[in-house]
Design a protein. Structure first.
Length: 422
């Protein structure tokens, strides 16, 4: 009888999705079958609850398959998942990236019964992150390249360093080689990803900075049409990165910022390293260097001890920084973090503040889209009739275009958060 191929379920961030693609390759090489792998997220208690719910659903749908749980929630609280009757094996974030893990898992039907049900080591002891690079995760037009993992900072609301470990960087030469292969395969855009991207290089010889990596990629891979960087910590933006923003047209004018709040006391209680003035100053400087720059940002609503006046400072930050693409997170306590022990904000107030932030974000998007009408944009096609501008706005085209190509079109209007163009 034919054996079923392993099924993968991914919860959480883009980096998790990237690593799921790497696990698929490792599982295929090992010859694993009849398994369901759940790659979990630990960013909030709700994320862990959803992981448990998903595991129970998958067991009902796959009564005979081995269920393997991995990812950040498996790393931070392996006992939670090992105690579930539905789970056969729990593996950590380091273990999931090792070929030998998958070889052992594919070793036979009795493997799980012969070994411990939990394979989770100390993530803080991991020093290398380059062993699982893959070519081409993303769409046919855009590929994602992980250049960094882990985080050395300890924000009071965040459990992720305990799921990802300390910061580790992929050497620049390895990154350049991979991007070169992606360009040879026809990709027009590459996105650099990581947990704390602006810490890239701190653990490498000579301590290069992210700007050095960006400059090296653009210099050594001249065929790359577009380079995009994902979420950054603006306070760590180095001079080379600012030069690239000013001088490199192939570096996309879109930055997603890890701001989290706009009130200085809340930022201090979050243990962030920037102030409100720092955030505003960075956005002003970046836009002065690149007038077409757009910003996204993560902002938390209702962090412990946040008053209405403190929240208003975050709300005003949308306008004062000129933010366009907001990711709003209603605060929820994460057990094991210092913020969970702080005085909490009423749930109704949190929901109200999150709604007001989202409304401000929707207004900012509408203003940005309205300003594009009549302008010509270079659009990377993600499907025959949908692509994205350099500033990452979605565009619907009036006629079919070649997927993966960069086309030039004039914006004629906008609707439902998308531009229309011909």
């Amino acid at each position: 009888m034919d054996r079923a191929a392993p099924r993968f379920t991914t919860l959480g961030c883009r980096l998790n999705a990237y690593e799921t693609e790497a696990m698929k390759e490792l599982a295929a090489r090992a010859g694993l079958d009849d398994a369901v792998i759940v790659n979990t997220c630990a960013v909030t208690s709700e994320a862990v609850r959803k992981a448990r719910q998903e595991i129970r659903r998958l067991r009902r749908e796959n009564p005979l398959a081995k269920i393997v749980v991995t990812g950040c929630a498996a790393q931070t609280e392996p006992e939670t998942f090992a105690a579930m009757d539905e789970v056969d094996l729990v593996i950590g974030n380091a273990e999931k990236m090792r070929a030998e893990t998958w070889a052992r898992l594919a070793g036979g039907p009795d493997f799980i019964g012969e070994t411990e049900r939990v394979m989770v080591d100390d993530i803080m002891s991991v020093r290398e992150t380059a062993g699982h690079l893959i070519d081409g995760f993303g769409t046919r037009s855009r590929a994602y390249v992980q250049v960094q993992n882990g985080c050395d900072h300890r924000c009071t609301f965040c459990i992720i360093p305990f799921g990802r470990g300390n910061s580790r960087s992929v050497p620049a030469g390895v990154v350049v080689d991979q991007i070169g292969r992606l360009v040879d395969r026809g990709y027009n855009e590459v996105v650099l990803t990581g947990v704390d991207l602006t810490s890239w290089g701190a653990d490498l010889p000579g301590t290069p900075r992210l700007g050095d990596l960006v400059a090296r990629i653009l210099r050594l891979v001249p065929g790359l049409a577009r380079l995009r960087i994902s979420s950054i910590d603006s306070i760590e933006a180095d001079p080379a990165l600012m030069r690239a923003i000013a001088e490199e047209s192939r570096l996309m004018p879109h930055l997603h910022l890890s701001l989290q709040a706009g009130d200085d006391l809340i930022l201090k209680r979050m243990k962030r390293r920037h102030s409100r003035a720092d955030a505003i100053r960075f956005c002003q400087q970046a836009r002065a260097l690149r007038p077409d720059m757009t910003f996204g940002a993560d902002i938390i609503a209702g962090f412990p001890t946040e008053t209405e006046a403190m929240f208003e400072n975050s709300l005003r930050l949308v306008e004062e920084c000129g933010l366009t693409w907001l990711h709003v997170f209603p605060y929820s306590p994460r057990p094991g973090t210092p913020a969970a022990r702080m005085p909490q904000v009423d749930g109704a107030a949190i929901r109200d503040r999150a709604a007001r932030l989202r409304a401000a974000g929707e207004a900012a998007v509408a203003a940005h889209l309205a300003a594009q009408v009549g302008r010509r944009h270079r659009i990377l096609m993600e499907s025959p009739r949908m692509g994205r501008t350099e500033q990452f706005a979605e565009v619907d085209l009036a006629s079919d275009r070649s997927e993966g190509r960069i086309v030039t079109a004039t914006v004629t209007g906008y609707e439902n958060g998308r531009l229309q163009a011909e």
